[in-house]
Structures are given as structure tokens and as C-alpha cells.
Design a binder for this molecule. Structure first.
Ligand SMILES: Nc1ncnc2c1ncn2[C@@H]1O[C@H](COP(=O)(O)OP(=O)(O)OP(=O)(O)O)[C@@H](O)[C@H]1O
Ligand SMILES: [Mg+2]
Length: 274
């Protein structure tokens, strides 16, 4: 059976390699615990496997930081970079081939509170457009606070992560609303995580899109879904991305398809149900 939801997913923007600078994608949700960090890490691996150079910025100060998910204990973090005591080269962690990350630091939250100029200061510290990355994935924190707005304002596009729960819908809507309120006019693509049936993802997307279209005048695109899968929890315990340990698991195949679509491929992959 061909998965309709995947086949009907809308195309993303032009690949970065065509544009000559990194494409900055923020992963945000409003609601916490929906899978942003796991998706950031696994999507980064999938893109790196396509030969793309990826930088992940951990904008989340919660427990499941990127370094925990990949089992690395970094010496320095974004705070050292922003405070000017360490260089980008000292702070960045080369985790795998074509996959680097910047660990979270509390200075990010302080910087975000500055609001005006915070984005410029962060972009300057990261020197994003001088480095040879194809993609920069920003794993935003939960909520719709100033650090999330900072992540959104840096991005070329947003991947809104939802789950098939009503609270996820209201929080995702709040995220789109706050972006509209602050004049952040970038494309939104909805990815539904932890789905049992592909149809549930379409339904969640439809609800969010009709609300944001009617009340905010914002049209969100559909990025597809990731199955609810036991390998995600195992991978968390083993501190290895599930796409590395279990590449043929349903969740891993969804992420691979997402990476290919993000990278501009017209993927008509069959993602069979778990
Ligand atoms: N596709 C999935 N199938 C099963 N479990 C999942 C899936 N995606 C995420 N999880 C589980 O959901 C929990 C939250 O995941 P994760 O930490 O990535 O969310 P988050 O959105 O980054 O959370 P936070 O808002 O706290 O940063 C984890 O325990 C993870 O194992
Ligand atoms: Mg997280």
C-alpha cells in the first residue's frame, strides 16, 4: 500500500546547495515532549547520509539535550561562544561525518531576553553564512517564549512538530500565532510525530491548517509524519540515534523520507505501517 500522506506531502524550498548558503530550519512545537530533539538528531543523520553538511544548534535547555541523545559530554557550549571566551571551533562538536552540533548553554536564554539584536548577535557568533554547512537545524525549546522566537527569527523555515493529541494542536497553533504576532513571516511545514496511522497525521495537519488559515491568514504546508515506534525509546537509552541503530525501523524510514523531501527529492516512498 502506498502511503497517501507521504505522497501528498508538499515540496520544500530549494535545496541549500542551489542557493549557496545554509538553509536554516527551526524545529518547534509549542508543546514540550513531542519529539523535537529526537527528530533534529535523526534528521541530521539522514541528511548527512545524503552527503549534506549539517549543523544542529541545541536551543533547548531541558533534560533531553542533543549531547545526551548522542552520548557526548561536551566541554564547552553556546554560552562560552556567546560570552566570547571560546571560539566556534572550540565549542562545536563534530559528532559524525557531516554532522556537527553546538551544545545548549544558558546564555542562549539570557540572550533571547534581549529581544532586539539577539538574532543578529547569535548569527554573528555562529558566523553561519561563512561556514560550509548545507543545513542548520535549530532544535527550539518547548513553549512560545523569547528563546523560541529567537530560533524562529533565525530560520528560513519552520518544521512544526505535532503529535496526535489535542493539546499538541492548541500549542502548535499558539506557536504559529506568536510568529504572526511578531511578524515572523516564514514558511511553516507540519510534521506529525508518534502516529499510529498515516491518516491521523493528515487529520492533525488539517485541523492546524484550517485554524491558522482562518484566524491568522497563515497557510501551513504538510511535511508528513513519523510513526510511533519503540526503537525511539531504546535509542534514547543507548544514546545512539535510532536511524543509526535501527535504520529499517518504521520511524527511521519516515525520517529518511523526510530528509529526502527536505532536500528537494520527489519521494514517493512507501512507508509501511509498523
Ligand atoms: N516517534 C516516536 N515514537 C515513540 N516515542 C517517541 C517518538 N518520538 C519521541 N518519542 C519519545 O518522546 C519523548 C520526548 O522526545 P524528545 O525529547 O525528542 O521531545 P522534545 O520535543 O525535544 O521535548 P522537549 O520539549 O522537552 O525538548 C522521549 O521519551 C522519546 O523517546
Ligand atoms: Mg528537546
Amino acid at each position: 500500500m502506498m502511503s497517501e500522506a507521504v505522497n501528498q506531502a508538499e515540496p520544500f524550498l530549494v535545496p541549500s546547495s542551489v542557493r549557496g548558503r545554509p538553509r536554516v530550519v527551526a524545529l518547534a512545537s509549542g508543546k514540550g515532549g513531542v519529539g523535537k530533539s529526537h527528530i533534529s538528531v535523526n534528521l541530521a543523520v539522514a541528511l548527512s547520509q545524503l552527503g549534506r553538511r549539517v549543523l544542529v544548534i541545541d536551543g533547548d535547555l531541558g533534560l533531553a539535550n542533543i549531547n545526551v541523545l548522542v552520548g557526548v559530554s561536551p566541554e564547552y557550549n553556546a554560552s562560552h561562544l556567546l560570552e566570547g571566551v571560546r571560539s566556534f571551533e572550540e565549542v562545536v562538536v563534530p559528532y559524525r561525518e557531516h554532522f556537527d552540533f553546538v551544545p545548549a548553554g544558558s546564555a542562549l536564554a539570557k540572550l533571547a531576553e534581549l529581544e532586539l539584536g539577539a538574532q543578529v548577535k547569535l548569527m554573528e557568533a555562529l558566523e553561519l553564512y561563512k561556514r560550509p554547512y548545507d543545513y542548520v537545524l535549530v532544535d527550539a525549546a518547548a513553549g512560545i517564549g523569547s528563546n523560541v522566537r529567537l530560533a524562529l527569527s533565525m530560520a528560513d523555515e519552520v518544521l512544526v512538530i505535532m503529535t496526535p493529541e489535542a493539546t499538541s494542536l492548541t500549542d502548535a497553533y499558539a506557536l504559529v500565532k506568536v510568529a504572526a504576532k511578531y511578524g515572523i513571516d516564514i514558511p511553516f511545514q507540519v510534521l506529525v510525530n508518534r502516529v499510529r496511522l498515516a491518516g491521523d497525521a493528515r487529520e492533525m495537519y488539517g485541523c492546524l491548517n484550517s485554524a491558522s488559515r482562518s484566524f491568522l491568514g497563515v497557510e501551513a504546508g504538510y511535511a508528513g509524519y513519523v510513526y510511533r515506534d519503540r526503537v525511539v525509546e531504546r535509542a534514547t537509552r543507548e544514546q545512539t540515534p535510532f536511524i543509526v541503530s535501527f535504520p529499517s525501523a518504521p520511524a527511521a524510514r519516515c525520517i529518511t523520507a523526510l530528509a529526502r523531501r527536505l532536500d528537494g527529492e520527489d519521494v514517493a516512498a512507501e512507508i509501511s505501517a509498523p
